[in-house]
Write a protein that binds this ligand. Structure first.
Ligand SMILES: Nc1ncnc2c1ncn2[C@@H]1O[C@H](COP(=O)(O)OP(=O)(O)OP(=O)(O)O)[C@@H](O)[C@H]1O
Ligand SMILES: [Mg+2]
Length: 382
């Protein structure tokens, strides 16, 4: 019975905890405890859901020690965006976080979903958390390189199209090159719509908003959010917008593919932080290798933990490469997951015409790069 279920609010901020208490008690029995008492009281209270309201410091440690004592889902609420903190609390064991008041309605929905799951699926509720609750179900896969022209847009676009053609997954491609855009020329899409059109609804963004603004590539039916064509409009895109956009897309799509620019500003930063996988596009020459080393230093300086997320995709391989694949594998410590051949003769005319390399599933006669990308995508799906 739901009456026996309990939610515990851990908070040193009475105003915020009263507000959350008020919302939550519509759905479940609620108790409140402060951060100093919680570890002593945890056994006695035996909560089924735990909400932690950010304390002044040591929030991560608090999440960690509560998680070690009690395996119930932990949600973190905070009053301001702090991406490093939010990332760390997820790693410490929280299943989601919300910025209050901006995301209060999102929080309420999530809480209801968790309670519903507690009600209907009592036995496997704990095992099921990771699969069904953790940060939405979608996987964010970004394509990045510190060097311009290495093939980020080409590979990201082909990867997304192939994934869409060869699976039943819901795939969304987002062009985050906010200064210059570019995906529309690859796919010959003429449109005045762009992701900035989502700005007025960003707080309550849902699938139908996204579908209203996205374009569809005509062969694969891949959904694409274009970047604004007007640089001045693009400037109004904020870091918060990008973060909310990605989080909302996670809830509606299986795969969110991000095409990123070479420069790292606050928007690129947050996109990298939100990525589950960062595909670094590397060409086989010395400047590209140097740029990769610089990028590693930059990630470290910005506190972007790329451990187990960063992988290398070698692009434009061929006979005339200055550096070999083996050299790369000897020099870098990051895994090299695939290599894509260079095929200027076939690819360039297709791009000039805005034609995708692969147009239907299981297509036999494909240009070399498309073959390589398809093989990689299929290995991911199996
Ligand atoms: N494997 C390949 N075979 C043939 N041509 C390729 C290949 N990869 C990329 N190209 C070509 O290289 C050029 C640069 O590619 P792309 O625009 O994807 O790079 P980018 O990294 O996105 O560049 P930017 O930094 O400007 O965003 C394009 O003309 C593209 O068609
Ligand atoms: Mg590009």
């Amino acid at each position: 019975m739901l009456q026996e279920r309990k939610l515990l609010i851990v908070s040193d901020n009475s105003e915020l905890s009263d507000q959350i208490h008020f919302i939550s008690e519509q759905f479940i029995k609620v108790e409140t405890v402060n951060s100093h008492e919680v570890l002593k009281e945890l056994d006695r209270l035996a909560p089924d859901i735990i909400i932690i309201i950010k304390t002044d410091d040591s929030t991560v440690e608090l999440v960690q020690s509560i998680h070690a004592e009690n395996s119930s889902p932990i949600l973190l609420l905070t009053e301001s965006q702090d991406f490093i903190l939010l990332r760390d609390v997820i790693r410490a064991g929280a299943i989601d976080y919300f910025v209050i008041p901006d995301e209060i309605s999102l929080f309420e929905k999530r809480l209801q979903a968790i309670i519903k799951r507690l009600e209907t699926n009592e036995t496997d509720v704990k095992e099921g958390y990771n699969a069904s609750f953790k940060r939405g179900r979608g996987q964010v896969i970004s394509f990045y390189s510190a060097k311009g022209g290495s093939g980020k847009t080409f590979v990201a676009t082909s990867f997304a199209q192939t994934l869409k053609l060869e699976s039943t997954a819901q795939v969304l491609l987002i062009d985050l090159n906010l200064q210059f855009g570019g995906i529309e020329t690859y796919l010959s899409i003429e449109s005045t719509r762009s992701l900035i059109d989502l700005n007025p609804v960003i707080e309550e963004l849902n699938e139908s908003h996204i579908q209203n603004v996205s374009e569809k590539e005509s062969h694969s039916k891949l959904e694409i959010l274009l970047s604004p064509k007007d640089a001045e409009i693009a400037e109004s895109v904020t870091q918060g917008f990008v973060s909310k956009l990605i989080r909302a897309c996670r809830r509606s799509y299986d795969f969110i593919i991000l095409d990123l620019p070479s420069y790292v500003d606050d928007k690129t930063y947050i996109a990298l932080e939100e990525s589950d996988v960062i595909n670094y596009i590397l060409n086989l020459d010395t400047p590209s290798l140097r740029a990769f080393k610089d990028a590693e230093v930059l990630f470290q300086r910005l506190g972007i933990d790329v451990n187990e997320r960063l992988q290398i995709i070698v692009n434009k391989t061929g006979k005339e490469n200055e550096v070999t694949l083996k050299d790369i594998k000897d020099i870098v410590t990051v895994p090299v997951v695939t290599d894509i051949r260079y095929d200027k003769k076939t690819v360039q005319p297709m791009i000039n015409q805005g034609l995708p390399l692969q147009k239907k599933p299981n297509e036999k006669k494909l240009p070399h790069p498309a073959k390589d990308i398809r093989k990689w995508v299929l290995s991911k799906l199996s």
